[in-house]
Ligand binder design. Structure first.
Ligand SMILES: [Zn+2]
Length: 88
């Protein structure tokens, strides 16, 4: 899974450990065009996919930067941590 890879926030360039994963789900609805009333709503929420993968965004808990997961993985790859220290 991609979210097992290291992240680095491309916004603040400092956060590597505190993130929120944002998933997108789709619910099909049918509305009355005049009143806006929902006439039908699907029981199931389907994960929205981006190509063949579920669409997932990541938010940095430090600076609130939000973007596609790939941006965080790329930033981490470009900019390796100075030392492999485990946060205590
Ligand atoms: Zn950040």
């Amino acid at each position: 899974m991609d979210h097992q890879r290291p992240y680095l926030c491309p916004g603040c360039q400092g956060n590597r450990s505190r993130f929120e994963l944002i998933f997108h789900f789709v619910q099909e609805v049918q509305k009355d065009p005049a009143t806006g009333q929902v006439l039908y709503a699907a029981d199931e929420l389907l994960p929205l996919s981006r190509g063949d993968r579920p669409a997932m965004d990541v938010r940095c808990c430090v600076c609130q930067f939000t973007g596609h997961e790939g941006l965080f993985i790329k930033a981490a790859r470009r900019n390796a941590p100075p030392a492999l220290q485990r946060p205590s």
